[in-house]
Design a protein around this ligand. Structure first.
Ligand code: 4FV
Length: 227
C-alpha cells in the first residue's frame, strides 16, 4: 500500500512512523511519501494561502499551489484521492477495511479555513471526516486513516489480532487482564484462568455484548439486526 500525503507540515507525520506502522515501513509493506505543498509555491515568500473571495475570517489554500503539488505525484491517475475534511463521510471500520484494498491512496491535508473548492472539484475522489469537530489541519485525520488502514495490510499485524479486534465483528472489545493475578485487591475473573477455551470464548462474547449494550446500544442494535 502506497500513501502519498500532500501537506504543509510533513514533519508532523513522524508520529505515524513509530511502532507497528514504523516496522511495516521497514518491511516495505507500506510506503508513506510526504509532499510539502509549500515547495510548489512560485511566490518568493513561499506563499500558499490567500484571503477568501467574498471576505470573511481566515485564509484559504491556493488552488494552483495544491494542484502543482498533486501533479508531482507519479501514477496519480490510478490513485484514490482523499481530502480529509469535516464535510466528509465519517471514517468507520467498514470504510477502513474497504480502503485497505486500495493499492495507492493520495491524502490531501487542508489547513486554515480550507482549500479553494476548484482544486477539490478537480482532483478529489472522496472526502472523509474523522468526526464532527474542527481541527487546525487535516494532518491528524490523515494519520488516523494511515494507522487504521495499515493494520489491515497483510503482514502488518498477525492475522488473529485483526479478526479478534472490536468493531471488526461489530461489537466492542471484551475486558482484558494480565499479570499480576491480584491488583489493588482486584482479581482476574476465574473463567479466564480455567484454561477452558469454550467457556472463555462464551464469557468474552457475553461481555462484548453486555458492554456494547451499555456503551454503544446503537452498535448492538446493528449487530443484532445483522445476526
Ligand atoms: C477534519 C475533521 C478537520 C477543517 C479546517 C482542517 C480542518 C482545516 N478533517 N476530519 N474533523 N479539518 O477538522 O477531517 O483546514
Amino acid at each position: 500500500m502506497k500513501f502519498d500525503v500532500l501537506t504543509l507540515f510533513p514533519e508532523m507525520f513522524q508520529a505515524v512512523k513509530e511502532s507497528v506502522i514504523g516496522k511495516a515501513i521497514e518491511k516495505e509493506l507500506i510506503d508513506i511519501n510526504l509532499i510539502n505543498i509549500r515547495d510548489f509555491s512560485k511566490d518568493k515568500h513561499k506563499k500558499v494561502d490567500d484571503t477568501p473571495y467574498g471576505g470573511g475570517a481566515g485564509m484559504v489554500m491556493m488552488p494552483d499551489v495544491v494542484y502543482d503539488a498533486y501533479c508531482s505525484i507519479k501514477d496519480r491517475e490510478n490513485a484514490k484521492v482523499i481530502y480529509l475534511s469535516p464535510q466528509g463521510k465519517t471514517l468507520n471500520q467498514q470504510k477502513v477495511e474497504s480502503l485497505s484494498k486500495e493499492k495507492h491512496i493520495i491524502l490531501l491535508c487542508g489547513h486554515y479555513e480550507g482549500i479553494d473548492q476548484r482544486v477539490i472539484d478537480e482532483i478529489v475522489d472522496e472526502e472523509i471526516s474523522i468526526g464532527d469537530y474542527v481541527l487546525t489541519g487535516g494532518e491528524l485525520p490523515a494519520m488516523v486513516l494511515i494507522d487504521s488502514v495499515s493494520r489491515y495490510i497483510e503482514g502488518v499485524l498477525n492475522e488473529s489480532s485483526i479478526e479478534e479486534e472490536s468493531f471488526s465483528k461489530g461489537l466492542l472489545e471484551y475486558p482484558q487482564y494480565t499479570r499480576p493475578e491480584e491488583f489493588l485487591g482486584r482479581t482476574v475473573p476465574d473463567v479466564l484462568k480455567s484454561g477452558h477455551h469454550q467457556n472463555i470464548e462464551k464469557w468474552r462474547k457475553e461481555q462484548a455484548i453486555k458492554i456494547t449494550g451499555e456503551k454503544r446500544p446503537d452498535l448492538l442494535k446493528k449487530f443484532e439486526d445483522a445476526e
